[in-house]
Design a protein. Structure first.
Length: 305
């Protein structure tokens, strides 16, 4: 088990290094922040001085080495726009992102698994076709479009829920539903597919021949044996929901890391973007590593692959 964990940890570390390089290069290609900071009457000397203060006068590879060395120590520099430590600003917004992302994950898991088991059990029924059609629509709808439609219906027309901000539990409803619907659909479809395969197996027919109730067979035996592929997707979805909160936070003015990164991107605030993107990447890689370890515990054969 230790060797299996070590192999996965090495892969995760290499992935993070690759992600850090991609983030660094992509941000540098997005534009020059010096021009947005310099006054309109700035001379070439003034611009060169600002660039030197920010360390942007050095070759890109030198900038990356300095960035990587500081990042290992938890120093992502100071925000160009706010002149505050970038990591502190991102960390202050992180709880809001975790709040909405984890809530959407719980919603997707509970509803998705229940609908997947139900549609597999009643395969070919009207409810099965209706739920599957709804799942396809939910997966096809862009998050920003769905969010605006929900705001229009429940905030503008019905006045039931607040359209933006973070405060009471009511503020959570629309962002969580918007973020979680696509995850509900994918969880439901995978659960249904895995359950159908399990329900058609020999041991399920044997359990039925013994006279066990259908509820006992479905919820106790078949679901447990169908859960490994669902567990894999759930781990990926948790990371995707955390990273995908950027769009939802922007639409609903939710004060999380995603909204902060969008604002930083508009201002070419490199330290904020790097700190936010790298922190979200660490979360995704850590979640995937945890899922791999759970696989090794649930199915020992995976450890030797």
């Amino acid at each position: 088990m230790f060797n299996y964990f070590l192999r996965r940890l090495v892969r995760a570390s290499i992935t993070l290094i690759g992600i850090s390089i991609i983030i660094f290069v992509a941000i540098r290609m997005s534009g020059d922040p010096v021009m947005s900071l310099a006054p309109e009457d700035a001379t070439e000397a003034d611009i060169a001085e600002i660039r030197a203060e920010l360390g942007l006068d050095k070759p890109v590879w030198v900038q990356y080495v300095i960035y990587a060395k500081n990042a290992v120590q938890g120093d992502f520099g100071r925000s160009i726009r706010y002149q505050q430590p970038a990591l502190d600003m991102v960390a202050a917004r992180l709880p809001a992102t975790i709040h909405v992302g984890l809530s959407a994950f719980i919603l997707a898991t509970l509803i998705g698994v229940f609908l997947g088991v139900t549609t597999a059990r009643y395969r070919g029924s009207g409810a099965d076709y209706s739920i599957r059609m709804g799942a396809i629509l939910c997966q096809s709808a862009p998050g920003f479009w769905l969010g605006m439609i929900l705001i229009l219906i429940f905030s503008v027309n019905l006045h039931w829920l607040p359209a933006s901000g973070r405060g009471s539990a009511a503020h959570m409803v629309l962002p969580v539903v918007t973020l979680g619907l696509a995850a509900v659909a994918s969880t439901m479809r995978l659960t249904r597919s895995s359950m159908l395969e399990t329900l058609g197996s020999e041991y399920v027919r044997f359990l039925r021949s013994k006279g066990l109730s259908e509820d006992m067979i479905v919820w106790k035996h078949a679901l447990r044996n169908s859960f490994i592929p669902v567990l894999a997707v759930m781990g990926l979805q948790l990371g995707n929901l955390m990273a995908g909160a950027i769009i939802v936070e922007t639409v609903f003015n939710w004060p999380g890391v995603g909204k902060l990164m969008v604002e930083a991107l508009q201002a070419r605030d490199f330290p904020i973007i790097q700190a936010g993107a790298f922190l979200l990447s660490i979360m995704m890689v850590s979640i995937n590593l945890l899922v791999d370890l759970l696989f090794g515990i649930v199915d020992p054969r995976i450890r030797y692959e």
